[in-house]
Design a protein around this ligand. Sequence first.
Ligand code: FEO
Length: 162
Amino acid sequence: MNDKMVKALNEQINNELYASYLYLSMSAWFETQNWPGFAKWMKVQSQEEYEHAMKIYDFLIDRGQTVVLAAIAAPKAEWKKPIDAFKDAMAHEKKVTGNFQDLTDLAIKLKDHATQIFLSWFVTEQVEEEKNADEVIQALVKIGDSTGALFMLDRQLGKRED
Ligand code: FEO
């Protein structure tokens, strides 16, 4: 594999691990605010991000490349309101969508068809990731300051499967 592609995929492992860390930090914050459902949703999302990192890790290993793990930046630890955390989640997902577009552009440029096909799963997944975050944001916008409705949404999001 081309060195540039390997380096970019290693960087994406770091981006996914950072996302996992960010969602875990959000989960911990929701726990402190006594919103167990939001906390569960974030914890499941954190686990998904770890799995995304491992998908890239396994791909590099399968192709005989070297995985180089770098330091993971510390995520933010506090938000003012639930919607602020979900807006940060959405902003991060948009950044990740851009990462996969850039990675795909690079694979096309290098005529690395195997990597291009591998990346297509993530391009599709990002549509889902942005949709999931947006659905919660839209619900939170409608809820506004209604504690009762927020309580119901917390209960609903807490049903997210591992
Ligand atoms: Fe791994 Fe939420 O993108």
